[in-house]
Design a protein around this ligand. Structure first.
Ligand code: GH3
Ligand code: MG
Ligand code: MG
Length: 389
């Protein structure tokens, strides 16, 4: 497509030289060709991927190569619905690290275009002094900010375009860019919706952690990786102690609040690479890639100790006057070669932690199998942990 576009363009140029009288017709054709090609590229973007970064990269290419602008920026409205933030750009001025990247609605040229829902065209930046943005490294050239509108009153962000040459955006080109912007707004909206739906499908509604479905998916991938590279992988099963009592005494709503706080505390005390999920009602699971059993004991102790020390509302009504967790640990390679067994073993270790008095960590050990066979150990008598979700 790109080649045929270039050759058509060359042919048009030759015709222009030979027959000046058809210049106007050729200009119109050129314009139409540009329009079709740009819309084709936008359509292509949406049919190729639903990844926002990839889509932005395709837009960048289109503005750079087809529409020949020197600078491009896409600002999107944040979730808070009060600011516009730069998400993708090229050709920013040299001091770009110092450039403001977020604008309130109405602020500067970008915020203004969003509010008035109309294109702001600055044909000659050197003659414009009503916008702060131009004081930061843009002294000449032509500038265009187009709101990205799904429809009236429904903006998704703004598009900014710049050429170093003044008066470079002509009337019919602006009309074309506005048309393109409407298509871009639709693509962004669809992509954001897809991303949001995907996020919802992997998130536990109450705690905001990953849900069990996503955990299982990640678990399989991490197990494969651990096997392939012969790297350790540890699972921590975590369960809140006497949580039924907490609910009974303080009510279910307060119980929900505790679940959120425990989730948040756990999340703040693990690495980015660790995968934390809500596994069931008051049960959590953490996968620790690259962590062997002895190191995982340290991680588990940090989590146990932090929850023990954290002041939770009404925890004085708990049997041990404190809200605590129990943890079971199992490590792939050390304890099990069967991925299915890893979580099972961590769960067995957790039962043992409960049976031994709670607020503690138990690492799985083969001897626990023997205990199980003897069928006379205390932890089997404890109530089974319901794995819901
Ligand atoms: P143990 O120390 O042995 O773990 O005792 P426990 O009371 O925590 O365990 P049990 O399995 O008997 O009770 C778990 C409780 O967790 C019962 C249930 O009401 C509560 N629970 C599960 N999911 C939720 C939830 O989403 N919100 C609230 N508030 N409570 C929940
Ligand atoms: Mg519990
Ligand atoms: Mg439980």
């Amino acid at each position: 497509m790109a080649e045929s576009f270039d050759s058509l363009k060359n042919e048009l140029q030759e015709l222009q030289q030979k027959f000046p009288e058809i210049e106007k017709v050729s200009q119109n054709l050129n314009h139409r060709l540009l329009e079709l090609y740009s819309l084709y590229q936008i359509g292509l973007a949406l049919s190729t991927t639903l990844d926002l970064d990839e889509i932005f990269n395709l837009f960048k290419k289109m503005f750079q190569q087809t529409l020949k602008v020197d600078r491009f920026g896409i600002f999107l409205i944040d979730r808070s619905m009060s600011t516009l933030t730069l998400h993708s750009s090229f050709g920013l001025p040299k001091n770009s690290s110092k450039l403001k990247k977020s604008f309130k609605f109405g602020e500067d040229i970008f915020g203004k275009a969003l509010i008035i829902e109309e294109t702001i065209h600055v044909p000659d930046v050197s003659k414009e002094d009503s916008y702060q943005y131009f004081n930061r490294g843009t002294k000449k050239g032509s500038f265009l900010v187009i709101p990205l509108l799904l429809r009236k009153n429904q903006p998704v962000g703004v598009l900014s375009l710049y050429r170093t040459e003044k008066n470079s955006f002509k009337k019919n080109e602006i009309a074309l860019l506005e048309k393109i912007s409407r298509e871009i707004a639709k693509v962004i909206d669809k992509t954001l919706l897809f991303r949001h739906t995907k996020e919802l499908s992997i998130t536990d509604e109450l705690t905001g952690l990953y849900n069990r479905r996503y955990f299982n998916e990640r678990f399989d991938r991490e197990v494969q990786r651990s096997r392939r590279y012969k790297r350790p992988l540890t699972a921590l099963m975590i369960d809140i102690d006497y949580f039924k009592n907490y609910n009974d005494v303080n009510g279910h709503l307060m119980g929900d609040e505790i679940l959120k706080r425990v989730a948040h505390t756990l999340e703040s005390n693990i690495r980015k690479a660790d995968i934390l999920a809500r596994y069931g009602g008051e049960e959590f699971v953490v996968l620790l890639p690259e962590i062997d059993k002895s190191h995982s004991m340290q991680v588990a102790e940090k989590l146990r100790c932090t929850i023990e020390k954290t002041n939770f509302p009404h925890e004085e009504n708990q049997p041990n006057k404190n809200l605590t967790i129990s943890l079971g640990i199992a490590t792939l390679g050390e304890d099990s070669l069967e991925s299915r067994e890893l979580l099972d073993f961590a769960d067995r270790a957790l039962y043992k932690a409960k049976a031994e008095g709670r607020n503690r960590i138990v690492a799985y050990h083969r001897s626990m199998e023997q205990n199980k066979l003897n069928n006379n150990n205390a932890y089997l008598k404890s109530e089974p942990l319901a794995a819901t979700g």
